[in-house]
Ligand binder design. Structure first.
Ligand SMILES: NC(=O)c1ccc[n+]([C@@H]2O[C@H](COP(=O)([O-])OP(=O)(O)OC[C@H]3O[C@@H](n4cnc5c(N)ncnc54)[C@H](OP(=O)(O)O)[C@@H]3O)[C@@H](O)[C@H]2O)c1
Length: 171
């Protein structure tokens, strides 16, 4: 059984999260918010997202999901399925964050316990999107407005259908 986990994502107003392998914006403060949310946790990410970041992130465990059986990266754990990654994440006793990209979000959002969603106050062109969000299953429990070079809103949602299976700092 999967551990309780959170989705962490930033999207534009028109729901873009990526263009090619990149995130098509730079917003002052937004990376610090990502670090604050995920610090000390276990990050589960698709192989394409890992390659766009290019390195394991300090202070967190990096778990990469790929169907390439020979894929290895220093400082990271690699899994050939989401389920095996989540089982490892559960055994780490750290809070678990699914941090992208589009393919991982689409597979994982329905059963997420928490969603940390940043929405930037811009429309951008791109080709990777945040999936349709099943809002009727989630309660909005926090909204914070940030002013920056691009203004953004951070919102935290809790899945009202699920009891958490382990403690995380997102409670
Ligand atoms: N704005 C944000 O918050 C945010 C966050 C993260 C990423 N991004 C952006 O999102 C984009 C990347 O997203 P993406 O959807 O293209 O790719 P992705 O979800 O990062 O990675 C997809 C890859 O993960 C592996 N994978 C996916 N599901 C799997 C499964 N069930 N079992 C085993 N392996 C699986 C496959 O790797 P293999 O092909 O190796 O088999 C697949 O090609 C980039 O533009 C990135 O910058 C944005």
């Amino acid at each position: 059984m999967n551990p309780s986990y959170a989705i962490v994502a930033a999207r534009s107003r028109n729901h873009v999260i990526g263009r090619g392998s990149d995130i098509p914006w730079q917003v002052k403060g937004e990376q610090a918010l990502f670090k604050k949310i995920t610090d000390g946790g276990c990050l589960v990410m698709g192989r394409k997202t890992f390659e766009s970041i290019g390195r394991p992130l300090p202070g967190r465990l990096t778990l990469i999901v790929t169907r390439q059986l020979d894929y290895r990266r220093d400082g990271c754990e690699v899994f050939d399925s989401i389920d095996t990654a989540m089982a490892f994440a559960a055994s780490s006793a750290r809070p678990v964050f699914v941090v992208g990209g589009g393919e991982l979000y689409a597979a994982m959002i329905q059963d997420a316990h928490w969603v940390h969603l940043t929405t930037l106050d811009i429309d951008v062109s791109g080709d990777v999107y945040f999936p349709t969000f099943p809002m009727n299953h989630f309660d909005l429990v926090e909204t914070t407005h940030f002013e920056s070079n691009i203004n953004y809103i951070y919102q935290r949602f809790v899945n009202r259908d699920q009891e958490p299976l382990c403690r995380t700092k997102t409670e």
